[in-house]
Design a protein around this ligand. Structure first.
Ligand SMILES: NC(=O)c1ccc[n+]([C@@H]2O[C@H](COP(=O)([O-])OP(=O)(O)OC[C@H]3O[C@@H](n4cnc5c(N)ncnc54)[C@H](O)[C@@H]3O)[C@@H](O)[C@H]2O)c1
Length: 350
């Protein structure tokens, strides 16, 4: 029995997670043994209690086999303190050092690229998930005065980069095209970038079956748009990986189709979430695309050992899209729950 902790969060988070839970219910009806508990950590709990989640929650969540998360973000908390507490808190607290964002074009018409064919866009963005500029190292001097100074320090450790790159190379080695592209900016970032690049060269030498190459972030962004078929596995630090993940999502139809996993390959812990935020502009209207959440669910069940169910979910999403079931962000008219139902009706699983 796999135990899942579900954190719907804010905005469209609960709307898309409701569809993911219906999907888990369907799988349970097919004999899969999942149980889940819902944790109501959100902007509401933060505004009420001064914390989005209680101090003991990290230990509690560590006891689950996987975490399924919706999204965080609320206009009433502009600095996103509550979202950082939960999302970054779990990524760092559970040492989920690999963030994985598969980018696959599920329907050719969804890409904004004129020349994008379905077979061309199939790569994975891997992002170091616990260090870099998101490590929360820095501070203010003379805050609120005309001399105010902000320091935001990138924390990049040899240990953190090496374990991340080893995972990235191993993943690349197992893909049909065994190629890894390191994306950094070591020509300008002469300390952190230099450490990344030197570590990359060293780890690459241990993976002779993988073709290893390097791109600077600016050139990589341009090449991704011009020739996305070039890439198989892209590895980057926390900030560049974050940006490349959204660029990849846009190439493959938008945030509504982009799932992600945060994992620790050694402990087996994992947190799965759509890459989109809480989308306050459409929250509460029942029109959010649930596909990213459903595909995050697929990544989660695969991580829990059920590859058959994961493939069935992705196939059902592809089939729904091919048969014209689309939400508004993808040019259709379906509501969140109608889209969820369309996918579930096409689940072909024994
Ligand atoms: N992991 C997270 O929880 C996470 C990630 C990104 C942003 N955020 C937060 O979310 C809030 C909103 O941020 P943002 O507007 O920059 O990003 P966003 O991803 O919430 O929305 C960007 C745009 O994409 C659309 N969109 C996103 N997901 C969609 C879906 N499933 N279906 C249809 N349309 C969708 C939105 O309507 C919006 O126009 C902010 O508070 C931000 O900090 C949280």
């Amino acid at each position: 029995m796999s135990r899942i902790a579900v954190i719907p969060g804010d905005g469209i988070g609960p709307e898309v997670i409701a569809e993911a839970l219906r999907l888990l219910e369907l799988l349970r009806g097919k004999g899969r043994s999942f149980s889940w508990d819902v944790f109501p950590f959100s902007a509401e709990t933060f505004l009420r209690d001064g914390r989005a989640m209680p101090l003991e929650a990290l230990g509690q969540l560590a006891g689950y086999d996987a975490i399924l998360l919706g999204a965080f973000g609320d206009p009433r908390i502009p600095d996103m303190a509550h979202g950082r507490e939960v999302v970054l808190g779990l990524r760092q607290g559970l040492d989920l050092y690999v963030n994985m964002r598969p980018v696959r074009l599920l329907l050719p018409e969804l890409t904004p690229l004129k020349r994008g064919g379905a077979s061309e866009i199939d790569f994975v963005v891997l992002r170091e998930n616990t260090e870099g500029l998101y490590a929360h190292a820095g501070g203010f001097l003379h805050r609120g005065t005309r001399n105010e100074t902000a320091l935001q320090t990138s924390v990049d450790t040899r240990f953190g980069i090496e374990r991340f790159l080893r995972y990235a190379f191993a993943l690349a080695a197992a893909r049909p095209i065994a190629k890894l592209t390191l994306v950094d900016k070591h020509n300008a970032l002469r300390f952190s970038g230099d450490l990344w690049y030197r570590t990359f060269l060293e780890v690459a030498s241990a993976f002779s079956s993988v073709s290893a190459e390097h791109r600077f972030i600016d050139a990589a962004c341009a090449e991704l748009v011009l020739n996305p078929g070039h890439f198989s596995v892209i590895a980057a630090d926390n900030l560049f990986g974050d940006i490349l993940g959204d660029l990849g999502a846009a190439l493959a139809g938008g945030l509504g189709f982009a799932p992600s996993a945060n994992i620790n390959p050694e402990t087996g812990k994992g947190m799965f979430e759509p890459i989109h935020g809480s989308a306050p502009d459409i929250a509460g209207r029942g029109i959010a695309n649930p596909c990213a959440a459903l595909l995050a669910c697929a990544m989660m069940v695969e991580h829990l050992g059920d590859k058959e169910a994961a493939m069935a979910i992705e196939k059902a999403v592809r089939k729904s899209l091919a048969e014209g079931a689309l939400t508004r962000d993808a040019g259709g008219t379906l509501s969140t729950s109608e889209m969820g139902k369309a996918v579930m009706a096409r689940m072909d699983i024994p």
